[in-house]
Design a protein around this ligand. Structure first.
Ligand code: NAD
Ligand code: UD1
Length: 306
């Protein structure tokens, strides 16, 4: 049994991770400011420190005595990061440095850190599927800060010997992703609208593709990644390798709900990426990951949760 810190453990992905850690017998400490997460999401058995991950003293206190840290707290909305550039930079990058800095001062040597990066570091893909060596050309403050996390994790390893591993999540979906948030992902929005018998809005021709990864697969990747943390600061895509077009997604949701969706076609979103799909090869090999949850099975879980 280990004592593990999960920053952002009251959020969408963090709450699923904490439940899995408690289930396997670990002691879990959560640091969360409850800004987008909620107390209701806290996994039974986990303890909660309400505080700001951008505050170094708070992070040092939260890291006391832990065997490892999953750092997920961030402002996950790209749109919010565009609006509040400097404020979100302090949370998305400076707070990661605070975590890595605290990790170098572990009582028994540096503390391993697994942290959330994002497919947003790639910007517009030149070629899909994207492997980890594809050029990183972020197009948003959010993506730039996530890339910054990877660079500082590298520095933490080289200069201070902190073992880390970065996970570039693609489009994550699953229960507890708030469909009412204006920044929610397309799957939560579509499932909720269908459940309320409302039309769903497809932006553009619907032939754009995404790599939708179910939250349980993200948790499995996080669990496998922490023991793989190294001073060399490896990074891995967390994705399925399967492109799904929006039209295919709409058809899958209709199939799972047994209700033909009403679709309203809307103009394309400004700057919408046409195709975003990751390569799973490196992560699958290094982290021994099982095949991903099929889209229809993941959608059924979201619909059951709504
Ligand atoms: P989320 O908003 O549900 O979770 C983030 C959690 O961090 C929330 O509980 C929030 O209250 C907490 N938090 C935010 N600012 C904080 C602060 N200053 N101090 C302490 N806690 C704070 O988002 P999520 O979707 O679960 O994302 C988790 C991580 O995964 C984030 O780092 C995000 O950038 C990354 N990510 C998510 C996706 C996705 O598709 N959901 C894709 C790529 C990367
Ligand atoms: C995600 C981020 C986005 C970021 C991008 C770059 C989220 C929710 N969005 O966008 O902020 O810029 O990664 O890495 O994390 N769509 C519809 N109808 C809707 C909602 C969405 O047609 O009601 C379409 C979008 O135009 C897009 C696709 O669905 O083509 C997926 O949208 P979304 O879930 O927002 O994810 P990304 O576009 O990948």
């Amino acid at each position: 049994m280990a004592l593990l810190l999960v920053t952002g453990g009251c959020g969408f992905i963090g709450s699923h991770l904490c439940a899995a850690l408690v289930a396997r017998g670990d002691e879990v400490r959560v640091l969360d400011d409850l800004s987008t997460g909620s107390r209701a999401n806290l996994a039974p058995g986990a303890s909660l420190l309400v505080g700001n991950v951008a505050d170094p003293a708070t992070v040092r206190a939260a890291m006391q005595g832990v065997d490892g840290c999953f750092h997920l707290a961030a402002i996950a909305s790209v749109a919010r990061c565009t609006e509040a550039w400097l404020e979100t930079h302090r949370i998305n990058l400076s707070a990661t440095i605070a975590v890595l800095d605290a990790a170098r001062a572990g009582a028994n040597g540096p503390i391993p850190v697994a942290y959330a990066s994002s497919a947003a570091i790639y910007g517009v893909p030149e070629l899909v599927p994207l492997d980890e060596d594809a050029p990183a050309r972020p197009l948003s403050a959010y993506g730039a800060d996530k890339l910054g996390c990877e660079l500082h994790a590298r520095v933490a390893g080289v200069v201070h010997g902190v073992p880390s591993v970065g996970l570039r999540f693609f489009n994550v979906y699953g229960p507890r992703q708030d469909p009412r948030s204006p920044y929610s992902g397309v799957i939560s929005i579509f499932c909720e609208r269908l459940a309320r018998a409302q039309p769903i809005a497809v932006h553009g021709d619907g032939r754009q593709t995404r790599d939708f990864v179910y939250v349980a697969d993200v948790v499995a990747a996080l669990l496998a990644a922490l023991p793989a943390a190294r001073a060399e600061a490896p990074v891995f895509n967390v994705c399925t390798g399967q492109p799904t077009s929006l039209l295919e997604l709409v058809a899958s949701i209709g199939r799972v709900c047994r209700t033909p969706p009403q679709v309203s076609h809307q103009p394309p979103r400004l700057g919408d990426i046409r195709h975003s799909v990751g390569s799973v090869l490196r992560a699958r090999q290094a982290l021994q990951l099982a095949p991903p949850v099929a889209l229809d099975d993941g959608l059924a879980q979201v619909i059951a949760w709504l």
